[in-house]
Design a protein around this ligand. Structure first.
Ligand SMILES: [Zn+2]
Length: 754
């Protein structure tokens, strides 16, 4: 999932708190997100008789739709030995093999029908395999829905089953279904649940009429991550239990309803149409999805690698009014916005494994409170992304189809595997489609964004965040940014072997869910096969995934001139500390680092890279250099770190990176566009999360001084979170940039090179 940014400024859009990484091409965005529509829908839960449901059924039968006869010819989750595969981590006495769902959305979309409550009827058939002997009851999740009947489908008859709602410790309120008899391991049964969704609570299912919000057509869609599928269909709502799915939706003629997998059937009556989507690749409930409106569809094709005749449809759905060819006044550019999709699929098919799904679609939604959601084969994208300003968002959701969908988190504790993975693919895409500098710039910006939030970064680990807290507020910087940087670190330190180990892990766990430990052990196994021992994987996960914080290196260095050479002595001291009892900050992070030594001779600057393993809190080394060293740093694009340093050649003031200000690139030549950026700082993080306009997050002015203290450049009244430093009049050398940000003064070093 990708969260929405609230902004009205093109620079802020890129660097605000949720995702500094969202966009490559930035345009003005000015959307009023008034999604608080709940109040307009009267709270009136009605008793609906089964009869209503049966009536709708009969309609369908007339429509010659394959529904409601269930067919399972392809719906068996079997391994090579014809054994049922079971993938679960928490104790459960059954495994779902398939969902066969029908929902009737006709009344929602037929504007002649006035419903006080936006209700719909549904029928779910779950085919399950019993995984525990002596099972006589099972639990399913039906949180806010009215269950009308639960029946066992037994050959030609249906047997009514008793069911009741129980209070559970985890607030999941499962429905307990008493089975007709005792079942044992590998018994398979089908259970049919007829239900009515008639709660105005817009969790899991969203519907907007044209009278409620200014949109060209009514729109309805589901949004389940992490645990909201149970709000629109009865299911076993856990990410570790993947099943096949078949989803049928009844709509008025003229409307489209899209779901996972392929459209295998559509049956019309005079007024209604039933779309039947079938997905024969295992899917967790949170990735199951329906979106419906009057959509215009256009299509690309993606040719599978190495399979000349095998191409899949890459399709896009948006309102006709949003396409300039139908509406010259449209501010959207849907075709351009979605255009890189095929190249992204090709890229990851080459970089990781072949794209395994039957199609890739993207449908635009509004109002939609997120940026995008990686619903398997039918990604939801925020309508605002159609302004051709969210290429990395598009990449993020494509990336999830490998990291998140092909392999998924087994529990919500493990969701960093999904979100970190997708975030990392955004940076890979920058390197692939643009250049390495842009990749480095984003990784640097992301690291600064994380480390500037000192309290959050030090006190919280990315593992084990409560499901309802994953996608909220401050945790984003952990679940997305830090987790993405962890993938990046593994990639940078292990090199090509990481890609191989990850690809093998994807293959081994293909279409399954895995825990953090399984992910770790799998990487470890494949790295061992490759004889790559650059990282102790157990320790790495202990430091970065289960633990919290990151190293804060104090760098002290000096040099002597010996026989015309420069003997540089460097002292690296990790000074991070636990700040409260919750923090799991290590005294020493033993992750290897790359030290960057910058030297200068006759105005020519050179970077020397030294890879170092770290064993102790304090590490010293000496190095003989031909040229004069002027700076010692730790490569921020290869490890999450903060550096506190007294730069060589510059006496005072002391410069720290951890003040929410960055200059990039630095050192810079006059050919570079040098950006000065403001990131969040610890002191105003809470305010940041509350404040929609982010007015506090700005640079007011800057002054540039040479090392003798002369003011050489200044710019006032900037009032943006990012600006370009004017360096055209500066000669080669070192400078101090004095930055006024929100009336707080900080100092940064700037080096101008040839
Ligand atoms: Zn995501």
């Amino acid at each position: 999932m990708k969260n929405k940014l609230k902004t009205n400024n093109r620079f802020r859009f890129r660097f605000t708190y949720r995702f500094i990484i969202l966009l490559v091409v930035l345009t003005t965005l000015n959307v009023n997100w008034n999604t608080n529509l709940n109040a307009k829908i009267p709270i009136q839960i009605q008793n609906i008789e089964n009869q209503i449901f049966e009536t709708k059924h009969n309609d369908l039968n007339k429509a010659k739709c394959s529904y409601p006869e269930q067919t399972y010819k392809r719906l068996n989750k079997l391994d090579k030995n014809n054994n049922i595969q079971i993938s679960q981590v928490k104790e459960s006495n059954y495994d779902v093999l398939s969902y066969d769902l029908f929902v009737d959305w006709y009344n929602l979309f037929d504007e002649k029908i006035e419903l006080k409550v936006k209700e719909f009827a549904g029928l779910q058939v779950m085919k399950i395999a019993i995984t525990k002997d002596n099972t006589n009851s099972i639990e399913i999740n039906t949180l806010t829905m009215n269950v009308n009947s639960v029946r066992l489908i037994d050959k030609n008859s249906k047997i009514d089953l008793e069911y009741s709602i129980i209070e559970a410790d985890d607030n999941s309120e499962p429905n307990v279904i008493m089975l007709d008899k005792t079942y044992n391991i590998n018994d398979t049964i089908s259970i049919e649940i007829a239900y009515l969704h008639n709660t105005p609570m817009q969790l899991g299912f969203q519907y907007y009429s044209t009278s409620a919000v200014s949109i060209p057509y009514p729109i309805g869609y589901t949004m389940s991550e992490p645990e909201n599928a149970r709000n629109w269909m009865p299911c076993k709502d856990r990410p570790d239990d993947k099943a096949f799915s078949k989803i049928s939706i009844r709509m008025p003629i003229g409307y489209t309803a899209i779901s996972n997998g392929l459209l295998v059937d559509s049956a019309k009556t005079d007024s209604s149409i039933v779309y039947v989507w079938e997905n024969d690749i295992p899917i967790p409930t949170y990735l199951m999805h329906i979106i419906a409106s009057k959509f215009y569809k256009w299509t690309d094709y993606f040719q599978r690698k190495g399979q000349f005749n095998d191409s899949i449809e890459v399709s896009y759905y948006a309102w006709e009014q949003d396409l300039p060819e139908f509406n010259s006044k449209s501010k959207y550019k849907p075709r351009e916005s979605m255009q890189p999709t095929v190249a992204m699929l090709e890229f990851l098919s080459n970089y990781l494994n072949e794209y395994p799904y039957q199609k890739y679609s993207q449908a635009s939604a509004f109002p939609f409170q997120y940026g995008g959601m990686e619903h398997q084969t039918i990604t939801t994208v925020n309508r605002s992304w159609l302004q051709n300003n969210a290429e990395l968002g598009v990449m993020h959701e494509v990336g999830h189809h490998w990291l998140g969908n092909m392999i998924s988190c087994a529990t919500w504790n493990d969701v960093w595997i999904n979100e970190g993975g997708a975030t990392w693919t955004e940076w890979l895409w920058l390197d692939e489609a643009y250049n390495n500098d842009l990749y480095k710039s984003y990784v640097t910006g992301s690291t600064l964004s994380l480390t500037s939030k000192t309290q959050i970064a030090l006190n919280n680990s990315i593992y084990g965040i409560e499901p309802n807290m994953i996608f909220t507020g401050q945790n984003q910087v952990l679940v997305y940014t830090k987790a993405g940087l962890i993938y990046n670190m593994l990639n940078r330190i292990l090199g090509e072997d990481f890609r191989i180990a990850l690809t093998n892990t994807l293959e081994e766990y293909k279409f399954k869910s895995l825990t953090t430990n399984e992910f770790r052990n799998s990487l470890k196994k494949y790295l061992l096969q490759l004889n790559n021992t650059k990282i102790d994987i157990d320790l790495f996960f202990e430091e970065w995934v289960y633990g919290s914080g990151h190293p804060i290196y104090q760098i002290n260095s000096k040099y002597d001139i010996v026989d015309g050479k420069y003997k540089l002595s460097v002292n690296l001291n990790q000074i991070q500390k636990e700040t409260n009892p919750n923090s799991k900050v290590k005294e020493v992070y033993k992750t290897p680092i790359t030290v960057v030594i910058t030297t200068e001779k006759d105005g020519v600057f050179k970077d020397i890279y030294k890879e170092m393993s770290i064993n102790n809190k304090i590490e010293n080394f000496e190095i003989i250099l031909d040229d004069e060293p002027i700076d010692v740093d730790i490569d921020i694009t290869a490890i999450i770190r903060t550096v506190v340093v007294n730069p060589l050649g510059i006496s005072n003031p002391t410069i720290s990176e951890n003040n929410g200000i960055s200059i990039y690139p630095n050192p810079a030549s006059k050919d570079n566009l040098v950006t000065l950026r403001k990131y969040y700082t610890t002191s105003n993080i809470e305010a940041n999360l509350e404040n929609e306009n982010n007015d506090f997050d700005i640079i007011n002015s800057y002054e540039i001084y040479d090392i003798t203290g002369n003011l050489v450049e200044t710019k006032i009244n900037i009032n943006l979170s990012q600006t370009i430093l004017d360096i055209q009049n500066l000669s080669i050398g070192n400078y101090i940039v004095k930055v006024n940000s929100n009336n707080k003064i900080t100092f940064q070093k700037l080096t101008i090179i040839d």
